[in-house]
Structure formats: structure tokens, C-alpha cells
Ligand binder design. Structure first.
Ligand code: PMP
Length: 353
């Protein structure tokens, strides 16, 4: 670091993303991408004519994408804002609804970026520990005088709260924004989008990175009351008006319209998840009841870090977290059936060898 860096940034521990090897050397089960390619409709939409238009700026209003998203979600376009990944929308939301006087409440353990962004923006964190079984007790979020963010399903535990539990939190916090991060909701969670017209303090954030095969395109949607969305647009237009590039706008629109492909691929992931969970349980692993495109699993037979390294040596990348509470666990993205069979085979070799 240079001597010019501000003390805040010098003291900050930046987020460490999961490993992203750029070759095909590994079976990659570490950052919850889809093992399937984008819909053929996406491939067709990102065509040469669109590439030619890259010399022009993209539509800052993202009108065509918003029209498709509004139709899909039963909302109006002014109730939706696209972000460069849900990360950008979450960052914009924290910028809009939190500051030094307005803390952010969130769980420990949850998505690691929440705490990093709080540190970056001088936002005090109010950390609410998970229960012993890793669940979230919604009543602990009642009546907080703070902005709240809940990943539902949570990461890396995969556990989901029913919509009614989030509704309790919304009702008991009428003066605070409740952000529900639904990155994994399409794999068996219950979305809060249907509550948007009832609660003006609800902001739902979804992503195209997991269930729509577009992690590399960087696209997410923030959805909520039009006034909340106007607040987010205030941040976006101050910082990065062209936050969604032309190719991603086209890809996102096509992905939203191909509902058959979306449903077929997420169903395949859920089926493969059930198969993998059973195989792991048969081998004595403990697992949470994941509603996500990953499993959160541990075994008494080997420490989490050692098992992560042994799998990596066999060409399989999974995620291990240094955090003491979950150091025994691995987070394993659901890949194709063949990839999961390779994982089980590798585990058998490691644990029985
Ligand atoms: N929220 C959660 C809970 C996540 O796990 C992730 C990705 N790992 C994100 C948000 C960000 O996803 P993206 O920026 O790719 O949309």
C-alpha cells in the first residue's frame, strides 16, 4: 500500500472472493455459479449487431431490461433497479440507507461483503449471532432502530426463513429499510417480492449469477417501493449511470424471457442437490437443510481445511472459510450430476484411503 492511502482503507480487510482459476483445470464447486451454460436465447441475443453497438453508451435507464423484469415479477418498471451484480445494488442500498448515524444489522454468519462495505463506508455494524443450529431467530430483528439486511436463504448455511418470518421483521420495523438478499431464492426459498406492494420498507435484491447462468455478465435486480428505488437511482446516477453494459442488458432480458430454461435448470440443480445430500449423509456427513445451489457440510473424519486441500489436490475446488464458527464446514456448490459423482468418488478415496 502507498503512504497516501487513508487510514480507513489502510485498516480495512477487503473481501476475499473465492478462487477463480481461469482455466478448466478444476471441477469448480466453490463460488455457486451454475454448471449449465446460459439459455440459447441469451447466446442469440448477444450477437454481432450488439457487439457493433459497443461504441455507444448503454441505456442508463435500462428500459428494455426493466420492462422484461417488470413483466416477470409483476411489478412496474419504477419498482426495479438493475445493478452490476447484486453486489452493486447491495452497496448502493447501504450507501442510500446507512451512514455513521444509521447502523446496519446483520447476522454472523452471513455473506462476507456486508461487514466489508460497512467498514468501507464508516457504517456501524450491529451483528446478530445465528442460533446454535445456524438458523436465524427473526424475533431478534424485531423493533431494531437500524437498517437490516438478511440473506434469505442465508450463505453459507443455505438455511431459509419463510416469507411470514420476514413479514414479522418488516412489520416490527416500520421506520427502517429491511433488505432481503435473495441471491439463492430460486432453489427452494420463498421470495418476498409478493410483499413489495404491502411494505414500503422492503427492498428485495436478486441476482442473475446463480439461477440464470450469468455470473460473468454481472447483473442483479433491486426491487421495492418506487420511492426506495428512486433513492437507489440517486446513488447510481451519481456514481455510475451506465452501470449495465449493452451485452449484459441483452443477455439479462433474454434470460428473463426464457422461463422454460430457467425452470428446467434450477430443477436439475435441486434434484442433484438432493442426490448429493443423500450420498453425503450416507457417509456420515452432517448437513444443513440447504435451499440454495450449494450444500454446507462437515464430517468428523477430517477437519474442514484439510478436506478442502485434499479435494483441491484431486482437482475439485470447494469453499472453506477461516472463520472459527464454521471452520469444520465446507460449502459445496451443486454442479452437474457427473461432477457431483466425481466429488463423492474423491471423498471416498480421501476418507477411506
Ligand atoms: N449475496 C449473496 C448472499 C451472495 O452469496 C452473493 C455472491 N456470492 C452475492 C450477493 C453477490 O452476487 P452477484 O454480485 O454475483 O450478483
Amino acid at each position: 500500500m502507498s503512504r497516501y492511502l487513508t487510514p480507513t482503507l489502510a485498516g480495512l480487510s477487503p473481501y476475499t472472493p473465492g478462487e477463480q482459476p481461469q482455466d478448466q483445470q478444476y471441477i469448480k464447486l466453490n463460488t455457486n455459479e451454475s454448471p449449465y451454460p446460459p439459455s440459447p436465447a441469451v447466446v442469440a441475443a448477444v450477437n454481432a449487431a450488439e457487439v457493433e453497438k459497443l461504441r455507444l453508451y448503454s441505456d442508463p435507464a435500462c428500459a428494455q431490461l426493466l420492462a422484461a423484469a417488470a413483466e416477470y415479477h409483476g411489478l412496474s418498471p419504477d419498482e426495479i433497479m438493475p445493478g452490476n451484480g447484486s453486489d452493486e445494488n447491495l452497496f448502493f442500498a447501504l450507501r442510500a440507507f446507512c451512514d455513521e448515524q444509521h447502523p446496519l444489522a446483520y447476522a454472523d454468519v452471513t455473506y462476507g461483503c456486508y461487514s466489508v462495505w460497512c467498514n468501507l463506508m464508516h457504517i456501524p455494524s450491529h451483528i446478530l449471532p445465528l442460533e446454535a443450529d445456524f438458523s436465524i431467530d427473526p424475533t431478534k430483528y424485531y423493533g431494531l432502530n437500524e437498517t437490516i439486511v438478511i440473506a434469505n436463504p442465508n450463505a453459507p448455511t443455505g438455511l431459509a426463513l419463510p416469507r411470514s418470518a420476514i413479514e414479522g421483521i418488516l412489520k416490527s420495523n416500520p421506520d427502517n429499510v429491511v433488505i432481503v438478499d435473495e441471491a439463492y431464492v430460486d432453489f427452494g426459498g420463498e421470495s418476498c417480492v409478493p410483499l413489495i406492494h404491502q411494505y414500503d420498507n422492503l427492498l428485495v435484491v436478486q441476482t442473475f449469477s446463480k439461477s440464470r447462468q450469468l455470473a460473468g455478465a454481472r447483473l442483479g435486480l433491486a426491487m421495492g417501493n418506487a420511492a426506495l428505488i428512486a433513492d437507489l437511482n440517486r446513488v447510481k446516477f451519481s456514481l455510475n449511470p451506465y452501470n449495465i453494459n449493452r451485452l449484459t442488458l441483452k443477455a439479462g432480458e433474454a434470460a428473463l424471457k426464457d422461463t422454460a430454461y430457467f425452470d428446467a435448470t434450477r430443477q436439475k440443480i435441486m434434484d442433484t442437490r438432493a442426490w448429493t445430500a443423500k450420498e453425503l449423509a450416507n457417509r456420515g456427513f452432517s448437513l444443513t437443510d440447504s435451499r440454495s445451489n450449494f450444500l454446507f457440510a462437515r464430517t468428523d473424519r477430517m477437519e474442514g481445511g484439510a478436506l478442502y486441500r485434499a479435494l483441491k489436490e484431486k482437482g475439485i475446488l470447494v469453499r472453506h472459510f477461516d472463520s472459527p464458527r464454521i471452520a469444520d464446514y465446507l460449502r459445496i456448490t451443486i454442479g452437474t450430476q457427473a461432477q457431483m459423482e466425481a466429488l463423492i468418488k474423491a471423498l471416498d478415496e480421501i476418507l477411506e484411503g
